[in-house]
Design a protein around this ligand. Structure first.
Ligand code: NAD
Ligand code: MG
Length: 399
């Protein structure tokens, strides 16, 4: 793909984050294949300025208008013609913009839902890193993809691995394609071997130091509580039309096998690689082709061994809470996600202990909550309701 006209035009939502910077790393290795339409960040205006100077996007988006005015001024001074906009609607605009082929959805948390959905509705190639979007609105999201003919490629490493292990056409449920089970691997996080007493006293710094992956703070805490694996279980149900019973979580501390598909003839197909997000990102960008991601081939002699164990849902109750929420259906995953976001933020601010994250999510989930996931408005209203409940608990428990 050497001609300019064939270049894929890419919007990177959340470009200053961990997945966002890895995406720009892969893109910059292939200047003949990709050009950047838009880059977006929440508040990291200096980082976004540096990215704009390096990648020359047509549009840049920040949350706050004062930050956007600063960036506009700096880019003007540097002689660069990048349009700078602000606010959530501007994120949706750069996602549905007609000239855009591909949208990397790498904003963290529920803030990523609307722009990811806008990309799906506009029929783009959607590279979905933001798992919260599917947890909150799986049915609506998958319907939007089907309606618009968008190409949805999972970037979460486990789901990307499963995607690679399934037949190219895998719609219509796993059984139809001879798949018995999906084996979702998990590193187990930094506290896999810790006693309950030690886990009770975990600090934000300890929770954010993941043994294998370098990631943003929210997903790092989610990995430490195993809520990340719970959110991923829900994500996998939507992506692969699976039931929670068809997904087995396997703790695999080396994070070398990124997940597997088990077929009814007894075959188990796995995808392996170094733990580096540039692998699934490059896969999503180039699919169905393959491109260099800047990642070394896995050195199996150095890996030497692969270990597996069952998750301990007593010390790590969040995984079970997520599975139950998915089984329950309706608004339960929305409530789970919202309560978790509030609890993780409170933990990072040292207002809540580590173990209280799961307790808070369980408490909010146990409250009566009506409603069906039949519209975005109902999802957002439930999200707000659950956040309010969770915030009240944080205030009460941290008093
Ligand atoms: P991060 O915290 O490093 O980056 C988040 C990005 O989103 C930043 O650019 C930030 O400016 C932007 N952002 C944050 N809040 C925003 C808001 N309210 N409005 C607009 N923009 C906002 O996060 P990350 O680790 O890169 O993760 C991004 C997403 O990808 C998450 O949903 C995460 O679960 C998923 N994911 C990450 C990894 C990983 O290795 N980091 C792996 C799999 C999935
Ligand atoms: Mg993952």
């Amino acid at each position: 793909m050497s001609q300019l006209a064939n270049k894929q035009r890419v919007t990177v939502l959340g470009s200053t984050g961990s997945v966002g910077t890895s995406t720009l790393d892969v893109i910059s290795r292939h200047p003949n294949r990709y050009s950047v339409h838009a880059l977006t960040a929440h508040t990291s205006k200096e980082a976004l300025l540096a990215q704009c100077l390096a990648h020359h996007p047509a549009v840049a988006v920040l949350d706050d208008e004062a930050d956007a005015a600063w960036l506009r001024q700096e880019l003007k001074r540097a002689g660069q013609l990048t349009e700078v906009n602000s606010g959530p609607e501007a994120l949706c605009e750069v996602s549905r913009e007609a000239s855009v082929d591909c949208v990397m959805a790498a904003i963290v948390g529920s803030a990523g839902l609307l722009p990811a959905l806008a990309a799906a509705e506009a029929g783009k190639r959607v590279l979905l890193a933001n798992k919260e979007a599917l947890v909150m609105s799986g049915a609506l999201f998958m319907e939007a993809v089907a309606r618009s003919g968008a190409t949805l490629l999972p970037i979460d490493s486990e789901h990307n691995a499963i995607y690679q292990c399934l037949p190219a056409e895998h719609r219509g449920g796993l059984a139809k394609h001879g798949v018995r089970q999906l084996l979702l691997t998990a590193s187990g996080g930094p506290f896999r071997t810790w006693s309950q007493d030690d886990i009770n006293n975990v600090t934000p710094e300890q929770a954010c130091a993941h043994p294998n992956w370098s990631m943003g703070r929210k997903i790092s805490v989610d990995s430490a509580t195993l809520m990340n694996k719970g959110l991923e279980l829900i994500e996998a149900c939507w992506l692969f039309d699976a039931t929670p019973e068809q997904i087995q979580v396997v703790i695999h501390p080396q994070s070398v096998i990124h997940s597997m598909a088990a077929y009814q003839d007894g075959s188990v197909i796995a995808q392996l690689g170094n733990p580096d997000m540039r692998i699934p990102i490059a896969y999503g960008l180039a699919w169905p082709e393959r491109i260099d991601a800047g990642v070394e081939t896995l050195d199996l002699f150095q890996v030497a061994r692969l270990d597996f164990e069952a998750p301990d849902e007593t010390r790590f109750p969040c995984l079970g809470l997520a599975r139950e929420a998915m089984r329950h259906g309706g608004m339960a995953p929305v409530v789970l996600n919202a309560a978790n976001e509030v609890a993780v933020e409170a933990f990072l601010q040292r207002r809540l202990g580590f173990t209280a994250i799961g307790q808070l999510v369980a408490d909010v989930l146990s409250r009566p909550c009506q409603g069906r996931v039949d519209s975005l408005d109902s999802v957002l209203a439930t999200d707000q309701w659950a956040r309010q409940q969770a915030l009240e608990l944080v205030t009460r428990w941290s008093a």
